[in-house]
Ligand binder design. Sequence first.
Ligand code: FO1
Length: 309
Amino acid sequence: MSVIALSGGVGGAKLALGLSAQLSSEELAIIANTGDDGFHSGLLVCPDIDTLIYTLSGQSHSEQGWGLQNESWSVFDQLEKMGGETWFRLGDKDLATHLFRAERLQQGQSLTHVTAALCKAHGIPPNIYPMCNEPLQTKLKIEGGRVLDFHEYFVKEQCKPKVKQIQFVGEPSLSNEIVALIERHDRLIMCPSNPFLSIDPILQVSGLQSKIVNEIPKRLVVSPIINGQAVKGPTAKLMQELALPVTNESVAKKYQTLATHIIIDQQDKQDRASLEAMGLKVLVTNTLMKTLDDKKQLAEDALNFLDRT
Ligand code: FO1
């Protein structure tokens, strides 16, 4: 059994950590969303890649979910004194990641190669892959017509503006590495990330979804919605603004052409019948990941579910 996991944000990284405890690095490949990527202080920051690297290497700031534990802020404190832009905060140790990446990108290395080097530099196997090597930027058209870059919306405006439409800017090609991964793995798990802001950008990479559907027969989505709420982040608010019911059915409809299996939380066990009626295989279990054991257990449940159905 070898798994490709699609992941973005903090929720995705939690299940990715659980899966990395259950599978070897040959059996697990994690494709990271890069729609959040952007330049800050002149450096390309890849939040969902870095959140995965920091989480899988045990260095992440667990309460925040992103960034590094035991971080210091002397560079950004100095930058602030100089009147530099500091609304998107880069800690001193996190800056080392961005300098490491910027140097190699400027040498002409692909984001895929740089990400593998970053994994090794952080002491973990190089099984984290960007969804593509060229830019695909998630942007949000808000009430009043302005179009915000992802981090303007997510950090500067703290997800407050009312979203009218999500846009993806860029036409990245399918990388050779991702093609090889899809041909080498026989299970897909969409981690409980924001379907619209973390998983959808990955599915925009031309040819990726059709190749997955053609080559990977079992494709599981772990719903990020529990009892009508998102565990973390703007998923529920976004769904309301996009006039979608905040339900597992909406998530299932979002992945109608892709998912064959879905995992929902015990609190939503009443949703089983309607999801089965949509043709999905359904597992009801605990999907709220508070502890490392919860993450490992959900990963084990997902792998067993895929194995026996
Ligand atoms: N999130 C914030 O709310 N404020 C920040 O200043 C911030 C800085 C930051 C720096 C590096 C990084 O990798 C992530 C950072 N994040 C910050 C989190 C980031 O916005 C989210 O993790 C993802 O973009 C959402 O999935």
